[in-house]
Write a protein that binds this ligand. Structure first.
Ligand SMILES: [Zn+2]
Length: 377
């Protein structure tokens, strides 16, 4: 039931969130431009801006030189260092944390090796990390915690993680009791997807598919600035699409998954099989074999991406992986995708091969911001 008074208060809060989001994307703007971009009344925007100025969250940069008559526009900008967030990424036997400002610039970071087999032990460690970071950065907006595997962000549960060897672990409850901050639990790759879309400056109104190649292979669809999780949190799990009959055994227990053809361990194994002693560190020893392995890997990926193009029809597909440096790989991805999908679809899908890897921990920090900016109905 709606209580009286909730309406205007909620409206004010939602307007504030929209102004924050716009200040973050525009970086430098004016009250007039904010009002226009958000289709809000100028007085409404001015009240919010005055309030943010008083809190020291934004700064006035000075008047814009305009030829037209009327009041000069004053440029304003967020002070990104006043609102920080934390991302903590858990991987097999390693934890990485990053403190980032409101513009996703990393302020502090740490990575360390630890035994991740026992969830209870690791959760104790994570509680301590959260408390230490909160004490060091009292202005934190929240903390994003990421895990590999099937993660329910609403309930903060790791349902299954082959990488960690975990099953049905409630990670949110022990943290909620110990850390008085908004906390978000999600899958590492899904958090990286948010950051990839932001870094490329892709349109929020479109949908974008992000694919990450590492020890495993994961993916996520970002739609309207949010990650699609699916009804059982496995939307975008392209790594477990079957790509080869009677293929190699995958971490998930089945055979021939795309992951077994493209991941770091998969390529390492293929190189060693083709030439004894050939590893990722001495690739120059056998350029023809490398070319061939990369071409085959790219063809498998392109074939899988053609299915993504047809099923989800994203505006762009972002490939984040160690093989992007090989033209034989990127060209094979394009060729196979083009050969296996409709020409019209292919022509309207932008393929991005990232030259630098996305840091999922920074993506988790960004997830806190996007949650904070989300308007409520
Ligand atoms: Zn699999």
């Amino acid at each position: 039931m709606k209580t009286s008074g909730k309406g205007p208060a909620l409206l004010r809060l939602n307007n504030l969130k929209r102004v924050m989001a716009q200040l973050r994307t525009a970086r430098i703007t004016t009250r007039q431009d904010l009002a226009q971009a958000l289709d809000l009344n100028k007085n409404t925007v001015s009240l919010i801006v005055d309030d943010l100025l008083a809190q020291g969250l934004i700064q006035a940069l000075g008047p814009v030189s305009v030829a037209a008559a009327g009041r000069p526009k004053i440029e304003i900008a967020l002070r990104p260092e006043t609102l920080k967030t934390v991302g903590i990424m858990v991987e097999r036997n390693a934890v990485h944390w990053r403190v980032a400002d409101y513009f996703s610039q990393v302020i502090a970071e740490q990575t360390w090796q630890t035994d991740t087999r026992d969830p209870q032990v690791l959760m104790h460690e994570l509680v301590e990390v959260c408390q230490t970071l909160h004490a060091a950065h009292p202005e934190l907006l929240g903390i994003g915690l990421g895990f590999p595997g099937i993660i329910d962000p609403q309930r903060g549960r790791v349902h299954f993680s082959a990488q960690l060897g975990w099953q049905e672990v409630d990670v949110l409850t022990p943290l909620l009791n110990a850390v008085p901050l908004p906390l978000y639990v999600m899958n590492n790759v899904k958090a990286a997807a948010l950051l990839a879309v932001q870094q490329l400056g892709l349109r929020q109104s479109h949908s974008h598919f992000y694919l990450r190649i590492g020890e495993g292979l994961g993916g996520a669809l970002v739609e309207q600035g949010s990650v699609l999780t699916g009804s059982s949190w496995t939307a975008g799990e392209i790594g477990h699409m079957q790509s080869q009959h009677n293929g190699l055994r995958c971490d998930c227990g089945r055979h021939g998954c795309l992951e077994t053809l493209l991941s770091l361990p998969a390529i390492r194994q293929q190189l060693g099989k083709r030439k004894a002693g050939l590893t990722l560190r001495n690739l120059e020893a056998a350029p023809a074999i490398v070319q061939d392995v990369m071409h085959t890997a790219g063809s498998h990926l392109g074939q899988a991406l053609s299915q993504v193009m047809l099923l989800m029809n994203p505006a762009s597909i972002i490939v984040d992986g160690p093989w992007n440096a090989y033209p034989a790989f990127t060209q094979a991805v394009r060729d196979a995708a083009q050969a296996s999908t409709l020409a019209y679809t292919f022509d309207h899908t932008a393929l991005h091969f990232l030259p630098e890897r996305i840091d999922p921990a920074n993506g988790l920090a960004l997830a806190v911001i996007t949650q904070y900016e989300k308007t409520e109905a």
